[in-house]
Structure formats: structure tokens, C-alpha cells
Design a protein around this ligand. Structure first.
Ligand code: SAM
Length: 280
């Protein structure tokens, strides 16, 4: 069952948080002059047309990227991310939103590697076309969780794994933890970033408990809520759980999250937090 299409949600507040964290991790890894692998287990289509039927139907990007991309008080932590967004929007109008693979494509160096997997029959060919001429990239129609076994450890022994499933199936909350365990067994020094939605808080509490039970250390949680937790339908918050975060990430997110919260949620509801699920 693959009914989820990211085109309905591209550029929303959750993408802003996810891609801010993604870009800061990439920029930190680039501080060393050594190549690394960027592995995106659930890649999506790569590029989203914001004037398209899907994005217009939900209008989610209007309360996300549209609120920040042209402000003149952008914090330094957002510069790399927004430079990627602006690359795809040369004029005044916000027409396209780059998903995680295209943000990586913009930020990575010529000697880094990009491995992308996507299963959706419509989104996979779109993604493959985006990378047709990119020699750094390998684009596969394959199960993302499987990649955590087959692609790790990377030859370069440096890597960043983004795990961004749609959580269409309740089992995703357990599968991500199993997948991380598999990856970590093979590659304990990698940086892993897991995106999650808060729909029912209990699901996230259970997932974080399961992560704690793996025995993995250095797990940082970053969360941005636009509304208080609720048992009604719909996502009230989203977060990123980062294993082995680059040392600057915690402070960078502590600095930028209040600004993001203020600009994305002018009504002031919800919360922003950065905390260790498991410290050193
Ligand atoms: N990471 C993308 C971004 O930030 O632009 C968005 C990804 S979207 C949230 C999740 C994607 O995972 C969907 O495009 C869906 O088709 C794909 N997907 C679902 N199950 C998958 C699986 N087992 N392996 C790989 N991709 C999968």
C-alpha cells in the first residue's frame, strides 16, 4: 500500500524543520575534507511544484516555507537550506520546493556519494530523472529499510542516513527502530536522522522508549509543535531524532528553533524543544 504522496505536504512546517536539520548535518560533515555517503531511505519525488494541484489542494507550504524564504532576518543556521530552496526559485515567486534528495544534491561536494531509494511507481521515475546526469548518485527502486543493511557501512566510512517514512502503516513506528538497529550494528559511527510526525503522542513515546532500549547512545530529539498534543485527527508537531549528531547541532537548533517557531506559528501555539533522549 503506497498511497502517500509527499507532493501534498511539500514545504510544510515539518519539511522546514526536517530540511533545516538535514542541511546543518550536511554542512557539518563538509567541514572535513573527506568524502561521505548521503543515504536517503525514503526519498520521495525530489522536486515538488507548489502551484500544482496537490500542493494547492492542501496549501500546507503557505504555513511553512512561504513564511520564511524571503524574510530579511534569516538566522545563519538557515542559510544553507534556503540557498537550496532559492536555487530552484530564481524569481520572486515560490514555484518549486526541493525535497531532501535535491537539497542534498545542492549541498554535497563532487566527491561525496548520494544513494536514494523510493518505492512509489509515480515518484520513483521522477526522482530517477532528476539524477540522470549526476555521477555521484545511485537511485534505486527498493525498500528503504533494506538499505540500512545493504548500503552500510559506506566505503568512505563516513555517512549520513536520512530515514523519512510516511508512517502510513502503524508498523513504521517499530520498523524505523529495527532499521536503525540494523544500520547501527554495521556502522556505529554514522549520523542517523529519523523524521517523525506527532499524530498520537503515545506512538512517539513508545518509539523513543524502543530507541532507548536499543542501548544506542547519543540520541538527540528536536521537535517543533504548531499546536498542543491532541487526540483529534491530524499532525500537531513533527520532530527529528538524530543519532551521533555533529557536535554543533544541539546548539544550532537551540539557537534557531525559537525563531522558526515564532515565524512559522505566529499565533504562538505549540512548542519547540531540543533534548537528549540518550546522552553520551
Ligand atoms: N524524504 C523526502 C523529502 O524530505 O523530500 C520525503 C519522503 S516522503 C515523507 C516518504 C516517501 O517514502 C514516499 O515518497 C513513499 O512513496 C516512500 N516509501 C514508502 N515506503 C517505502 C519503503 N519501504 N522504501 C522506500 N520508500 C518508501
Amino acid at each position: 500500500m503506497l498511497s502517500y504522496r509527499h507532493s501534498f505536504h511539500a514545504g510544510n512546517h515539518a519539511d522546514v524543520l526536517k530540511h533545516t536539520v538535514q542541511s546543518l548535518i550536511i554542512e557539518s560533515l563538509k567541514e572535513k575534507d573527506k568524502p561521505f555517503l548521503y543515504l536517503d531511505t525514503h526519498s520521495g519525488a525530489g522536486r515538488y511544484q507548489l502551484s500544482g494541484e496537490h500542493a494547492e489542494k492542501t496549501g500546507e507550504y503557505l504555513e511553512g516555507i512561504a513564511r520564511i524564504w524571503q524574510r530579511d532576518d534569516i538566522p545563519a543556521e538557515l542559510e544553507a537550506y534556503l540557498s537550496a530552496v532559492k536555487h530552484f526559485n530564481r524569481g520572486e515567486q515560490l514555484r518549486y520546493y526541493p525535497g531532501s534528495p535535491l537539497i542534498a544534491r545542492q549541498l554535497l561536494r563532487y566527491f561525496d556519494k548520494i544513494h536514494l531509494t523510493e518505492l512509489h511507481p509515480t515518484d520513483f521515475p521522477l526522482l530517477r530523472n532528476e539524477f540522470a546526469k549526476d555521477e555521484r548518485a545511485k537511485v534505486m527502486k527498493a525498500d528503504g529499510y533494506q538499505q540500512l543493511k545493504s548500503q552500510l557501512p559506506p566505503l568512505s566510512r563516513r555517512g549520513f542516513v536520512l530515514i523519512d517514512p510516511p508512517y502510513e502503516m502503524k508498523t513504521d513506528y517499530q520498523d524505523v527502530v529495527k532499521g536503525i538497529q540494523e544500520g547501527y550494528k554495521r556502522f556505529a559511527t554514522g549520523v542517523y536522522a529519523l523524521w517523525y510526525p506527532v499524530v498520537l503522542r503515545q506512538q512517539i513515546k513508545r518509539m523513543t522508549r524502543d530507541l532507548q532500549d536499543t542501548g544506542i547512545r547519543r540520541i538527540l530529539q528536536i521537535e517543533l509543535a504548531v499546536r498542543p498534543d491532541s487526540d483529534q485527527r491530524g499532525m500537531t508537531a513533527s520532530g527529528m531524532i538524530v543519532i551521533n549528531p555533529p557536535w554543533k547541532l544541539e546548539q544550532q537548533m537551540r539557537d534557531v528553533l525559537p525563531w522558526l517557531h515564532k515565524v512559522l506559528v505566529p499565533e504562538g501555539t505549540g512548542h519547540a524543544k531540543v533534548e537528549w533522549i540518550v546522552p553520551e
